[in-house]
Design a binder for this molecule. Structure first.
Ligand code: SAH
Ligand code: SF4
Length: 429
């Protein structure tokens, strides 16, 4: 086992997801056919609409008169986002007739849960299937829940696949299938909360104030598949609904959006969404970053760092997280650590060191533990919090090793190759 260096468990990334995916095979995975609505004809979703869009939809459908639109919107908002109901029939303070009309016109159903796996340590992974949008086909994405002492973090995807091609990232080898909609982004959170029993139960009196503290999902990170800032509008809508104080009411300080560096959208993220920012930095000079994170060719480090300095609300209490994947002999020397400290000088920052997660076909290797420790010590001494992502469940590696979509499941041979790589990685620890 790798030693725990006292790195503060910070937030899961694709790396942790990978680890999480490997947790389940030594336990009996809880799998179930959990898709009551699968195959139902498609009706427009109400989830993911802003309040005014919701009001408009009710009026346009001819089922709510204009003068009642605001009141009905409030009612629905409460049922959908405070109580988490996924069936109009449960909305007791709405007349049976209107509930029937709502059901005829709209959907509030959850996605199909193709698979749910629960590890011994409580980590859960869901494979969700979303229906086709327009002429497309159904898509599958994964969402992972990682409980930690005092918090539970849900890692959410924003796209199926990714248009960017970061050379160390498995998702980067998958073509973009499509952007997820605001509904689909929220559905990951809401379905996870259903499955964790994280919505108030039916007996909670109507109008009761449901506290945000003590929730099983206390934090969310946009660190699953895809580049969230290439799906800005849907991500913005979903995160504004997730942080709405009269609904899902997650604090914006507990929502982190990770970007590979889509510079023009960074300041907008702060202004229009107001969540915590994480930057996938991984290199301290343009030559190397061009290779690792090719979007750097479009938006080089100078511009990226300038956008970070300008991030609205930036302060010591609201620091930017810089993610730095540890790649053996590529970016892990002490000179790199020095350059990193120099590059970030003056930015309220936290540096999250991520041991590289290997996948079949990659030429990169994870830095050895001693190197990661030295690197962390250097930046720590320079005054930066530098948690190392200590992977959970690495002792029970087995299953496939990456976020997968329907078209991109690992073949058995690839899975075996991945297991061998992981075991080899273990030896160094
Ligand atoms: N597309 C966004 C968010 C998803 S990736 C982004 O790039 O920021 C979440 C984090 O996992 C990123 O920092 C990404 O660089 C990192 N990551 C991707 N592949 C990895 C791997 N194989 N090992 C370790 N970290 C990885
Ligand atoms: Fe992977 Fe993020 Fe790069 Fe896309 S942007 S390839 S998800 S690291």
């Amino acid at each position: 086992m790798r030693p725990d260096l006292g790195g503060i468990p910070d937030r899961p990334t694709l790396y942790d997801l990978t680890m999480a995916l490997s947790l389940d095979l030594t336990t009996a995975p809880a799998r179930a056919a959990l898709s009551p609505r699968a195959g139902a004809p498609e009706k427009p979703p109400l989830i993911g609409l802003t309040r005014s869009e919701l009001a408009e939809a009710l009026v346009a459908a001819g089922i709510v008169p204009e003068r009642q639109a605001k009141m009905r919107t409030q009612q629905l908002w409460h049922w959908l986002y405070v109580r988490g109901v996924s069936d109009f029939a449960e909305m007791f303070n709405i007349s049976k007739e209107l509930r029937g009309e709502l059901d005829r016109h709209f959907s509030i159903a959850r996605p199909e849960i193709v698979e749910e796996q629960i590890s011994e340590d409580g980590t859960r992974k869901w494979l969700f299937r979303f229906p086709p949008r327009g002429a497309g086909r159904p898509v599958e994405i994964e969402t992972v829940y990682i409980p930690e002492e005092g918090r539970g973090t849900l890692c959410i995807s924003s796209q199926v696949g990714c248009t960017l091609t970061c050379s160390f990232c498995h998702t980067g080898t998958q073509k973009l299938v499509r952007n997820l909609t605001a509904e689909e982004i929220l559905a990951q959170l809401m379905t996870a909360r259903d499955r964790l029993g994280d919505f108030p139960d039916r007996d909670t009196p109507a109008g009761a104030i449901v506290p945000a503290e003590g929730r099983k999902v206390s934090n969310i990170v946009m660190m699953g598949m895809g580049e969230p800032l290439y799906n800005f509008e849907a991500v913005k809508k979903a995160l504004l609904i997730a942080s709405d104080g009269d609904g899902l009411s997650l604090s914006k300080r507990r929502i982190t959006l990770s970007t590979s560096g889509v510079v023009p959208e960074i300041v907008r993220t702060g202004e229009e969404i107001g969540v915590m920012l994480a930057i996938s930095l991984h290199a301290t000079n343009d030559d190397l970053r061009d290779l690792l994170v090719p979007i750097n060719k479009k938006y080089p480090l100078k511009e990226l760092i300038a956008a970070c300095r300008a991030y609205p609300g930036l302060s010591n209490a609201r620091r930017i997280t810089f993610e730095y994947v540890m790649l053996r002999d590529v970016n892990d020397s002490l000179d790199d650590a020095k350059a990193l400290v120099k590059l970030l000088r003056g930015i309220p920052a936290k540096i999250n060191l991520i041991p590289f997660n290997p996948w079949p076909g990659t030429n990169y290797q994870c830095s050895d533990w001693e190197t990661i420790e030295k690197f962390a010590d250097y930046i720590n001494n320079a005054g930066y919090a530098s948690p190392i992502r200590t992977p959970r469940g690495r002792d029970i590696l087995a299953a496939c090793g990456q976020l997968k979509s329907e078209s991109e499941r690992l073949k058995k041979t690839e899975r075996l190759a991945l297991e061998a790589m992981m075991i080899a990685g273990h030896g160094e620890a």
